[in-house]
Design a protein around this ligand. Structure first.
Ligand code: GRF
Length: 200
């Protein structure tokens, strides 16, 4: 069975969507551990309520690699083979990325490479784009930068505010994160430069 490690910082709705997909038999995986860097993360509470192993590893005032070593140790102890960042608000060190080569995924609420970083939905609104969306990608040390596994688009409506656009994007996030995880777990893809191409 594939063992997932999920890293969160806040609400945890993407984590819950993954957990629901597993529960519905859409993913051949189990959640080995949920780790939050924020002790007040709602997602941590939700994970505990679901009876999952869920722990806080506080990041405040810690040097990046020292923090990442603690997290990697926990992931290793749980024999995690795929790491899913789900609203985890930290860049990973080269050490962390090197420990799980092409085994770390992230979800971002824009059509990368447009609008990386914080408040992607607000960036999209303010730029005036007519479509936005979300992206699941492999993680490297750069911000929102690795090869793209899946994307979905949504329209930006004239009446949208940040909340309305974020909610429309979030529905797609919950859908495509499961699809991307399924593809990666199946192993039926190859990476050609920046392109993630299905095989078979
Ligand atoms: C999502 O919009 C995700 O794309 C971004 O952070 C948000 C996390 O939301 N990286 P949640 O904690 O999964 O509800």
């Amino acid at each position: 069975m594939n063992r997932l490690g999920i890293l969160i910082s806040g609400r945890g709705s993407n984590f819950e969507a993954i957990a629901d997909s597993i529960g519905a038999g859409k993913l051949d995986a189990e959640i080995a551990i949920v780790i939050s860097n924020n002790p007040n993360a709602e997602g941590l509470r939700r994970a505990q309520q679901r009876g999952l192993r869920a722990v806080c590893v506080r990041s405040r005032a810690m040097e990046r690699e020292a923090y990442d070593r603690l997290v990697v140790e926990k992931l290793r102890a749980e024999r995690v083979d795929l790491v899913c960042l789900a609203g985890f608000m930290r860049l990973l060190s080269a050490y962390f990325v090197g420990e799980f080569p092409q085994r770390i995924l992230n979800i971002h609420p824009s059509l990368l490479p447009a609008f990386p970083g914080l408040e992607a939905q607000l960036q999209a609104l303010e730029h005036g784009v007519k479509h936005s969306g979300c992206t699941v990608h492999f993680v490297d040390e750069k911000l929102d930068a690795g090869p793209i596994i899946a994307q979905a688009t949504v329209p930006v409506l004239d009446s949208d505010d940040e909340g309305a656009l974020a909610a429309r994007i979030l529905r797609e996030e919950h859908r495509i994160y499961t699809e991307a995880i399924r593809l990666v777990l199946s192993g039926k893809y190859r990476i050609d430069g920046r392109r993630v191409l299905p095989t078979q």
